[in-house]
Design a protein around this ligand. Structure first.
Ligand code: SF4
Ligand code: SF4
Length: 401
């Protein structure tokens, strides 16, 4: 159990946080949500109408015991079709906070939150390890660019941009970090990372613990404001984007002293100003695009990743359905972070695998490193032969320097 977790009493009393009104009692029991849940429609999975009704009727204990709370992908595809606008992510987040109070939380999620609160990184990367890793990557980067001034900097006060990486970039996907370094290098702007805070994720959001989400948000804001940066640039992370771009003022109780953008958004902005150029012949084929639920349906960002991707290849192919109606990759809501979920994720991801296959493309892009991992595993498991990359990574590969 995470030490800082408090006990809450009743789910229906908790639905007034994070801009969400308590309207679960308005449920019409129409079942439109059930029909839109691709996991429920597949094999097992959560039953959204049942979760809402249990919450509305105060059947908290039953809901916690049902197991549906941790199965839900918090993708809000059901919410999109709800005539009453009942937000499933809010229902499930609150339910999870009750589950945590009852001692029911997936082991890896609990461990990741503990590490995050102790070290600033869900994998427990210490400040010393961060500095060592980044300085080593920086040397490699200078060699690759054949320019001693090409660096992956950290803790530089007054930089224009602060890049907040995804934990995967500091452990198993260092190539992605180098690729992001190349984008900043081409922008010819000052940028830095912070050794005091190194993680774009916020698992407090996954588990419905606003106190933890707030603490993690403050851990991001404090070093950013101390460095005096102009813009916090987020790595490709769905829920990190949703939380830091849209929920940050609510979490810290004020507006932060910096702007927030994702790396694909920033790259596109520089491309539109004519300050970055891309060679689409580097990827002389069409690439399909997967909408991360947190970036697309939950945050309304549909066009920027598509526009950037279109600059870097022969054309963007849509999955069907897409945008607000897009299907979750099957790894959302924290299920990807639970190491016991691999088999289950090949069931939750089956509808996405079918969509991927139907495009006829052999290359697919997304704007979230968690989706990237799940989609890559789906491609292998279902023998799709589809290469999966992130949009910013493809942009970096296509850069004309
Ligand atoms: S779609 Fe909305 S109103 Fe209909 S059952 Fe689901 S939660 Fe209730
Ligand atoms: S949020 Fe997604 S996974 Fe959860 S019940 Fe709704 S559609 Fe199903």
């Amino acid at each position: 159990m995470v030490a800082t977790i408090n006990t809450h009493s009743n789910l229906s009393n908790l639905l007034n946080h994070l801009s969400q009104k308590d309207n679960i009692s308005e449920c019409l029991t129409c079942g439109a949500c059930n029909s839109r849940c691709t996991w429920f429609a597949g094999q097992g999975g959560p039953i959204p109408r049942q979760m809402v009704r249990m919450a509305a009727l105060g059947l908290d204990e039953k809901l916690v015991k049902s197991g549906m709370l941790w199965d839900c992908l918090i993708c809000n595809r059901c919410t999109q079709g709800c005539p009453m606008g009942i937000a499933m992510d809010v229902v499930v987040r609150r339910g999870r906070s009750l589950a945590i109070a009852a001692g029911k939380i997936p082991f890896d999620i609990e461990k990741g939150i503990k590490s995050r609160l102790e070290t600033g990184d869900v994998n427990g990367l210490t400040r010393e390890e961060f500095v060592e890793t980044v300085e080593w990557v920086s040397e490699e980067f200078a060699d690759e660019m054949e320019d001693p001034n090409a660096t992956i900097p950290h803790d530089i006060p007054g930089s224009k941009f602060l890049y907040l990486p995804n934990p995967r970039e500091l452990r198993i996907n260092l190539l992605h970090l180098t690729a992001m370094g190349k984008l900043f290098y081409a922008m010819e702007e000052t940028w830095t990372m912070s050794s005091f805070h190194t993680d774009v994720t916020n698992w407090g959001y996954f588990v419905g613990k606003d106190d933890i989400a707030q603490r993690i948000a403050r851990m991001v804001v404090a070093p950013a404001e101390k460095l005096g940066i102009e813009t916090l640039v987020l790595s490709e992370c769905g829920h990190g984007y949703h939380v830091l771009k849209f929920l940050l003022p609510e979490l810290i109780g004020r507006k932060p002293a910096f702007n927030v953008m994702s790396i694909p958004e920033l790259t596109l902005e520089y491309a539109k100003k004519g300050l970055l150029k891309f060679d689409p012949t580097i990827h002389p084929h069409k690439i399909a695009y997967h909408d991360p639920c947190n970036i697309a349906r939950k945050s309304g960002s549909y066009d920027a990743p598509r526009e950037l991707l279109a600059l870097c290849c022969d054309g963007v192919v849509e999955l069907t359905p897409n945008r607000a109606d897009g299907v979750c990759c099957g790894g959302g809501g924290g299920i990807l972070q639970d190491s016991t979920s691999t088999k289950k994720r090949m069931i939750t991801g089956r509808p996405k695998a079918d969509q991927m296959k139907a495009t006829g493309c052999d290359h697919l892009a997304t704007a979230c490193l968690s989706c990237h991992r799940q989609l890559d595993e789906l491609s292998t498991h279902f023998q799709l032969g589809i290469k999966v990359d992130t949009v910013a990574y493809l942009a970096s590969q296509s850069l004309v320097l």
